[in-house]
Design a protein around this ligand. Structure first.
Ligand code: SF4
Length: 130
């Protein structure tokens, strides 16, 4: 009779140990999943709660991702940047700038292919007021 109680106590402690190990394992798994989702969310901008969402925050209309590698090299060779470092020299004030029309949000340049930001700049900037 004493053996039955010992065996029951052994089985009970075994079940408790297995339950404890599984519980700790699930806890670690849950923590790792949270860490992974936090990494993924770093690249996602927070939702706009200001109500001032403009077209540029929704999608960049001057995104040059569709250009070929050679076209991108040409832009880079001329020193094009989407945001001018010299406020008085922008693509908009350049002789070579072709302004956007009603359907497009960004212009183009006479020197190379692809969309050009009105606030952009390159080393070939030419004052259109001259
Ligand atoms: Fe802009 Fe340079 Fe083209 Fe002028 S030449 S429109 S500054 S990219």
């Amino acid at each position: 009779m004493e053996n039955i109680y010992k065996r029951r106590a052994f089985i009970k402690s075994g079940i408790q140990s297995v339950s404890g190990i599984l519980g700790v394992g699930l806890l670690f798994a849950a923590c790792n999943n949270n860490t992974d989702s936090n990494k993924e969310n770093k690249n996602v901008p927070p939702p706009d709660t200001t109500g001032k969402t403009d077209a540029k925050t929704v999608a960049d209309p001057c995104d040059a991702a569709a250009l070929t590698e050679q076209d991108l090299k040409n832009r880079k060779a001329l020193g094009y940047v989407a945001q001018t470092p010299i406020p008085e020299k922008t693509c908009e004030s350049c002789k070579l700038f072709v302004p956007p029309n009603d359907t497009k949000k960004c212009g183009t340049c006479s020197l190379f292919k692809g969309p050009i930001d009105v606030g952009g700049y390159c080393t070939y900037w030419a004052d259109k007021s001259v």
